[in-house]
Write a protein that binds this ligand. Structure first.
Ligand SMILES: C[S@@+](CC[C@H](N)C(=O)[O-])C[C@H]1O[C@@H](n2cnc3c(N)ncnc32)[C@H](O)[C@@H]1O
Length: 398
């Protein structure tokens, strides 16, 4: 069995609470790719056990801070705790959806599981979770308190390149050919294309923010009931607004496949007559719409991450300022802008700073009503700031 010895800086970092150890902070490394290894400080004091990566800057992701090797029961208890948490949150409704296991934030490095009704979609993001995949899925299936029709591995995200891992998409149990139908307790209905959709097929993290944003659709006295869902993907911000009374919803996204997804989801929710889709590159398209004088009572902008790491944060700042300046130009007086950033490298404070700059440049008064994060099934582990990635600001614009 291998072992890792940290430098003094690495030891201080681990004791400071972060569960990742960077390659630069390792003094001695004797470990295979993906191996579960004990970690020691420079004086041989045990710091815990973690999954090793031979390729990534994140060389070890801690599973436990105990000196004892994690056994089957340890892994089982971690998965059980994740599932119990969703149960306590009321998210295990038979036909519903949730993030069932949230990887590093739940001490299951790289291992993410999304649940869409009776279909589970597993993502593995590091060498260690690849090595443990079959075992973790076996334990998961022992633990979940509902019938599972199929399990798909959708390990095709770009982050795997950092671990020198090939993309892997594979049915691990059963299979489904058609999109999976999800029916949420609030009667929102939608389809998820688990094999071809983005991420695991859907963006679960915005669930709660969509429900709140929908409530702003009719919040403008004498408003037009027009709503713009920019970066719409499968259209659920817009569809939630239409369900709450918005009269005319325009969904925009550059991915052509979104058109059919938005159309189907609007139809399933009985709002097909109110919801339209147009394919557009939004960095250009929003500028044109402002010039042409378009206006909406509710505008949602939910772009992809503009910064994948801290080095890209400066470029991202310009992107967020520009995008939100354009979005502000499209909001009717008294209307609302709901604007998100999923870049973990852009802090909540920086994001609000970018919104302040955009408001100043727009010459409008914008009031920050509140800033939310991801839905609670995407837990934020204190000590792991990377798990606190989503910011969603709700603004009233006058
Ligand atoms: C974070 S997702 C949006 C999630 C969606 N709002 C939801 O509630 O599920 C970002 C979306 O932006 C789209 N996108 C990325 N770059 C774009 C661009 N330049 N113009 C338009 N859409 C873009 C992607 O296709 C993706 O659907």
């Amino acid at each position: 069995m291998g072992r890792i010895t940290t430098s003094g800086k690495g030891r201080r970092w681990v004791l400071g609470g972060h569960p990742w150890i960077y390659a630069d902070d390792i003094a001695q490394r004797d470990a295979k790719p993906g191996e579960l290894v004990p970690v020691f400080g420079p004086n041989d004091e045990p710091l815990g056990w973690g999954l090793h990566s031979s390729a990534s800057r994140i060389a070890v992701r801690l599973v436990t801070r105990s000196a004892e090797q994690p056994k089957r029961d340890t892994w089982r208890a971690l998965i059980q705790r994740a599932v119990d948490t969703r149960s306590a949150l009321g998210l295990l409704d038979e036909r519903g959806s949730c993030r069932l296991v949230s990887g590093d934030a739940e001490h299951l490095p790289g291992f993410v599981v999304d649940r869409y009704a009776d279909v589970l979609v597993v993502q593995s993001g590091c060498q260690g979770s690849d090595a443990l995949r079959d075992f973790l899925v076996e334990v998961l299936l022992e633990v979940v308190p509902f019938e599972v029709r199929a399990v798909l591995e959708r390990s095709d995200s770009g982050v795997r390149r950092l671990e020198e891992l090939e993309p892997r998409v594979e049915w691990l149990k059963g299979s489904v050919d058609e999109p999976v139908l999800v029916e949420e307790p609030d009667e929102l209905v939608y389809e998820v294309d688990v094999t071809h959709g983005h991420k695991t097929g859907h963006y679960l993290d915005q669930r709660d923010n969509r429900a709140v944003a929908g409530g702003y659709a009719l919040a403008v006295p004498d408003g037009t009931g027009r709503m713009l869902d920019a970066f719409s993907y499968d259209g659920l911000f817009g569809i939630q607004a239409a369900r709450r009374g918005a009269e005319d919803v325009l969904c925009l996204d550059q991915a052509a496949a979104c058109e059919e997804r938005v159309r189907r989801n609007a139809e399933l929710n009985g709002v097909a007559k109110k919801v339209r889709f147009e394919k557009a590159d939004l960095m250009q398209d929003l500028r044109r719409r402002v010039k042409e004088g378009e206006s909406y009572d509710l505008v949602v902008v939910d772009p992809p991450a503009f910064a994948r790491n801290r080095k890209e944060a400066a470029g991202a700042a310009r992107g967020y300022r520009e995008l939100n300046l354009r979005a502000l130009g499209l909001v009717n007086s008294g209307g609302h802008l709901v604007t998100a950033s999923c870049s973990f490298a852009v802090s909540r404070e920086s994001f609000i700073g970018h919104l302040e700059d955009a408001a100043r440049d727009s010459g409008r008064d914008a009031y920050l009503l509140h800033v939310a994060g991801a839905a609670h099934d995407h837990p934020v582990l204190l000590g792991l700031p990377e798990s606190n990635y989503l910011k969603c600001a709700f603004l009233r614009v006058v």
